[in-house]
Design a protein around this ligand. Structure first.
Ligand SMILES: Nc1ncnc2c1ncn2[C@@H]1O[C@H](COP(=O)(O)OP(=O)(O)O)[C@@H](O)[C@H]1O
Ligand SMILES: [Mg+2]
Length: 169
């Protein structure tokens, strides 16, 4: 689609993931939706901790594995979903997820690939992968791919370039 842009970047360690999350958090608006994809241990929750900080939330999110969703209050509320144990959209309809997706907060959804169909067009998709191990620091390196509406991605990129100079081409 023409109005979709992507950014790819490599993060060196947990701190950089937190930092990236914080910049993302600052760039979000009420109604923003983040769909997170990546294996166990990729760093989805770490990124959400950064996002929470960027939203002005003092509490630090942890993995809400057994409750599907935790909410946090800040400049904008954060609804943190973890769909690891969810196998169908019905379970989400059951908890009235749409109130959180289409309300005045930000929804950040781990394991978003389990229920792809529910995500609206303005969703920001973030995929985190652990690269093949190839020596020094490889355990803490992560490849990130961010996809979203061009308008958001381009303005986000402008800000992110200040913190991650390697994004500049
Ligand atoms: N660059 C990195 N970004 C995020 N986490 C990292 C990174 N390098 C190492 N880690 C470690 O990987 C783990 C990621 O855990 P978590 O965020 O809970 O993963 P997920 O939610 O994707 O299952 C943490 O223990 C973190 O310290
Ligand atoms: Mg997690």
């Amino acid at each position: 689609m023409a109005n979709i842009e992507t950014i790819e970047m490599q993060l060196k360690n947990t701190n950089e993931t937190l930092k990236l999350g914080e910049i993302i958090g600052k760039s979000l608006n009420p109604g923003s939706i983040i769909a997170l994809v990546g294996d166990l241990g990729a760093g989805k929750t770490v990124l959400v901790k950064g996002i929470a900080k960027g939203l002005g939330i003092e509490e630090e999110p942890n993995s809400p594995t057994y409750v599907i969703m935790n909410s946090y209050e800040g400049r904008i509320s954060l609804y943190h979903f973890d769909l690891y144990r969810v196998s169908s959209e019905d379970e989400l309809f059951g908890i009235g997820y749409d109130e959180y997706f289409f309300g005045n907060g930000v929804a950040a959804v781990e394991w978003a690939d389990r229920v792809e169909d529910i995500f609206p067009e303005h969703t920001i998709k973030i995929e985190i992968t652990i690269p093949e191990s190839d020596g020094e620091d490889s355990e803490t390196r992560r490849d990130i791919r961010i996809e979203g509406k061009s308008k958001w991605v381009l303005s986000f990129k402008n800000t992110a370039e200040q913190v991650f100079p390697t994004l500049r081409r």
